[in-house]
Write a protein that binds this ligand. Structure first.
Ligand code: ATP
Ligand code: MG
Length: 419
């Protein structure tokens, strides 16, 4: 026998034992997004490589080394498994003219792909839920995004995530700041690590995002963009802070918060926990007013954010959260050829009434079948033998509470269970 085939490194199976948690999370998220008036958008998993290079930026971790890119064998097109969702969302909205009549509140969910070193909370295939509001310029939308995520943490029972916010300013303020950073880090070139040296002229803001402990003191002393923010960005940021205060959402201003993607301007934010080691950011986003125009759309302001589903689920698991169990209503046992046929139609009748029903498959004695019924967690066993078939009835036995076994028609059983 050859070696059994394994999943690709860093790409996880979600096994039945964990699927209940995922389903709980996805259902919670769908209700929560509906409560804020967001509608879902689904885009392809593969996009042209150019989309991500142009939006995320050439000199970013993602584009430099994390993308799964390949050439289409037939036509030589350069394609990439999406590493994030914003670029696709903006591409689709532009391509289909979604902003023609009205701004859009959109959300998406799904698998993303990045070629990173796998570790807890960092995978090569991972999942995000993302929100994008296209065509909104004001700080009210930034505030809505932050306030709604605060509500989601409450719905999920997560208390230990903290909010950090910052403003990256206008593109002019950012480029002035860029020069100041190049000058500052240039003066401390000996203290820079390899990554930082490489980034010094291409993307100096990203040096602020370095996780290297040896770099932290020089980063702490670096000039802050906050100190000479343009007037418009400052007013936007102040208004956002007032709205957060009014909504009683607590935050800290982190002047080092720059985000790893190039398309952000003005507001950026992250929700961070100390519980997941270095992988502490569970949700991140901000404003990207230039992106729609950058990928060829009619200029429009926009902002959004994405959360890492695996990281949020890890937090829930660490708290020993158990999702509400959803056992079947009934498990149908049957013995004998006629009973086998009758059981199929009886089970269908129960399902007609909206009940969830597991029909025993694979034969075996009533005793063996009853063990399976018990293990299934079903509320009732529906038992069908020769006697029941002869009478056109089923026997109904409660499994989770005391009570006698009773004979009745399948229709009466459906009515009893549905009650
Ligand atoms: P990090 O600094 O942790 O690499 P990032 O800035 O690259 O994060 P974003 O591109 O902002 O992450 O993605 C938003 C969220 O998606 C992150 O905050 C995180 O929760 C999650 N995420 C990002 N990369 C991964 C990954 N490789 N595995 C699991 N979750 C991830
Ligand atoms: Mg990253």
């Amino acid at each position: 026998m050859s070696n059994p085939i394994q999943a690709v490194r860093g790409m996880n199976d979600i096994l039945p034992a964990d699927a209940a948690l995922w389903e709980f999370f996805e259902a919670t998220v769908a209700d929560w997004l509906r409560a804020y008036g967001y509608t879902q958008i689904r885009t392809p998993i593969v996009e042209s490589t150019d989309l991500f290079v142009r939006s995320i930026g050439e000199v970013t971790d993602i584009v430099e080394k994390e993308m799964y890119s390949f050439e289409d064998k037939l036509n030589g097109e350069r394609l990439t498994l999406r590493p994030e969702g914003t670029a696709s969302c903006v591409r689709a909205a532009t391509q289909h003219n979604l902003l023609y009549n009205a701004p859009q509140r959109l959300w998406y969910q799904g698998a993303m792909f990045r070629h990173e070193r796998p570790q807890k909370g960092r995978y090569r295939q991972f999942h995000q839920v993302g929100v994008e509001s296209l065509g909104y310029a004001g700080p009210d939308m930034d505030a809505e995004h932050i306030i709604m995520t605060a509500r989601l943490w409450k719905l999920l029972g997560l208390e230990d995530v903290a909010l950090e916010i910052n403003s990256l300013g206008s593109s002019e303020a950012r480029s002035r700041y860029r020069s100041r950073l190049i000058q500052y880090f240039g003066q401390h070139a000996d203290a820079l690590d390899e990554d930082a040296k490489r980034r010094l002229h291409s993307n100096p803001l990203r040096i602020l995002d370095s996780k290297n402990p040896a770099m932290q003191s020089i980063i702490a002393a670096a000039p802050k963009l906050m100190d000479d923010l343009d007037d418009e960005s400052r007013a936007h940021f102040d208004a956002l802070r007032q709205m957060l205060d009014a909504a009683c959402v607590r935050y800290t201003v982190n002047p080092r918060l720059v985000r790893g993607l190039d398309y952000y301007n003005a507001t950026v934010f992250e929700w961070v926990t100390t519980q997941l080691g270095a992988q502490g950011t569970v949700c991140a986003g901000g404003r990207y007013d230039g992106l729609i125009a950058q990928i060829g759309g009619k200029p429009a302001p926009a902002c959004g954010y994405a959360m890492g589903v695996e990281r949020l689920l890890a937090l829930l698991q660490d708290k020993n959260f158990t999702p509400p169990a959803l056992p079947p209503d009934a498990y149908v046992l049957h013995l004998g050829e006629q009973a086998d046929h009758f059981a199929i139609s009886a089970a269908e009748k129960l399902r007609d009434e909206g009940l969830s029903v597991v029909l025993h498959c694979g034969g075996g004695s009533f005793k063996a079948q009853m063990k399976k019924a018990d293990a299934s967690g079903a509320r009732y066993a529906i038992i069908i033998g020769d006697d029941e078939v002869a009478a056109g009835e089923v026997s109904v036995k409660p499994l989770r509470e005391a009570g006698e076994q009773h004979r009745m028609t399948p229709a009466a059983a459906a009515e009893l269970l549905a009650r």
